[in-house]
Design a protein around this ligand. Structure first.
Ligand SMILES: Nc1nc2c(ncn2[C@@H]2O[C@H](COP(=O)(O)OP(=O)(O)OP(=O)(O)O)[C@@H](O)[C@H]2O)c(=O)[nH]1
Ligand SMILES: [Mg+2]
Length: 379
């Protein structure tokens, strides 16, 4: 699915290697020409010295010039190994010109932008790449690998800005060990990004590892949201605390926390209604939810398909609510994953998981290599 970027980068590199090879070819031809002329004139000199006995005898149907030319060709073939050595020296370590490096970087930048990396971040990465490639001496046969590894390094370094973050499972395990329970996790984000489905996936993951949890159906706003939560909870086999539509989401969360305490349930997963960072009422509502439930972790659920708007949405919302981690859903939906790079760069908030499908097990822990390989598949 990300073959396109790799192809473009390979082509960009090949363009450079090809140019270098053409240069070297031309150089080789000039050298061969020079060597062979020297050889031929030397030969002629030698032959002339011994011309009485050794002069090549032209066959009756060949002009003397033709015979000499044939001999010259023969000498030229003999000299090819020397010419190859010269060519090897030229090609052995190629220093790329600034123009060539810039051309390559421009193509990489374009491809990053096409993979959903925001313009500013693509620009910053390009500048870094330019510094590390400029003046680099590479054997043309290794140029592609060398360049690819520099591009990968650069992506990984941006992604790791936010990767020293929270490992949910470890966080919960430590709290369980310390008997500091329940752990409360609030999920928020724009409409339809996959909050409720992701909560079900987390519940499934926790249940499979022996951690008990309850879901708070705190989206009391959207029609059918409560039934949808109940449907998922039933499928993964965890309890739900619900109220009616229009009820205060914070009071539902409060009840769910009380339920967890009285039933020794370790984790409370709090759903919420989809909201835009610009909707003041919904922002105030989430602030109330935070005040009442005092979540240990607040997780933003966003779509990896939503492009460049996402880093700004997260930044804007985090002005109102502290966000501890991000889950990017729908990576399976033709998302190029580049916005993980932009988010890490722009917000520094750790990405915890990727959603990779609608199934309950379609949740992959964040790994910088995973996203780099998605954008630049290894050949
Ligand atoms: N392909 C794919 N679909 C997903 C993923 N995560 C969620 N979905 C789908 O996205 C749609 C919306 O998911 P919900 O869980 O209802 O999203 P939500 O954020 O709770 O939506 P609202 O409550 O309306 O704000 C559903 O059809 C899910 O099955 C994912 O990782 N991959
Ligand atoms: Mg929902």
């Amino acid at each position: 699915m990300f073959e396109e970027l790799r192809k473009k980068i390979s082509n960009a590199i090949r363009g450079i290697s090809k140019k270098e090879e053409e240069k070297a070819e031309a150089q080789q031809e000039r050298n061969e020409e020079k060597i062979s002329n020297e050889v031929v004139s030397k030969e002629i000199g030698v032959k002339e010295e011994v011309s009485e006995t050794k002069r090549p005898v032209a066959k009756s149907d060949e002009a003397p010039g033709v015979a000499l030319e044939k001999q010259g060709k023969q000498e030229r073939t003999l000299d090819v190994s020397l010419a190859s050595k010269i060519k090897g020296a030229v090609l052995g370590n190629v220093t790329l010109s600034d123009k060539e490096v810039s051309g390559f970087i421009d193509k990489v930048k374009m491809s990053l932008i096409e993979s959903d990396v925001s313009y500013d971040v693509a620009e910053e990465m390009s500048e870094n790449l330019y510094s590390s490639l400029k003046g680099m001496r590479v054997p043309p046969s290794k140029a592609e690998d060398e360049f690819m590894s520099k591009v990968r390094e650069s992506m990984t370094s941006v992604l790791s800005k936010g990767s020293h973050g929270t490992n949910i499972k470890k966080f919960i395990d430590e709290r369980v060990k310390a008997n500091d329970l329940p752990v409360k996790i609030l999920f928020l984000g724009p409409n339809g990004t996959g909050k409720t489905t992701t909560i079900a996936k987390i519940a499934y993951m926790l249940k499979n590892s022996g951690t008990s949890c309850v879901i708070s159906a705190s989206d009391t706003f959207r029609a059918a949201a409560i039934e949808q939560t109940e449907h998922h909870a039933k499928k993964v086999g965890v309890p739900v605390i619900r109220s009616s539509y229009g009820a205060d989401p914070a009071s539902v969360a409060f009840d769910a926390i009380a339920h967890a305490r009285s039933h020794n349930i370790e984790v409370v997963l709090i759903d919420s209604a989809g909201r835009q960072e610009t909707n003041r009422n919904l922002v105030m509502e989430i602030q109330k939810l935070v005040r009442v439930s005092k979540p240990d972790l607040t997780i933003f659920v966003g779509e990896s398909t939503s492009g460049n708007a996402l880093p700004n949405q997260i930044r804007e919302l985090s002005n109102h609510v502290k966000i501890d981690g991000i889950i990017l859903t729908k990576l399976d939906c033709d998302a190029k994953g580049g916005n993980a790079i932009s988010i890490a760069s722009a917000t520094g908030i750790p990405i915890l998981f990727f959603g990779t499908g609608e199934g309950y097990d379609a949740l992959v822990p964040f790994d910088a290599n995973f996203i780099v390989n998605n954008i630049l598949p290894a050949s």
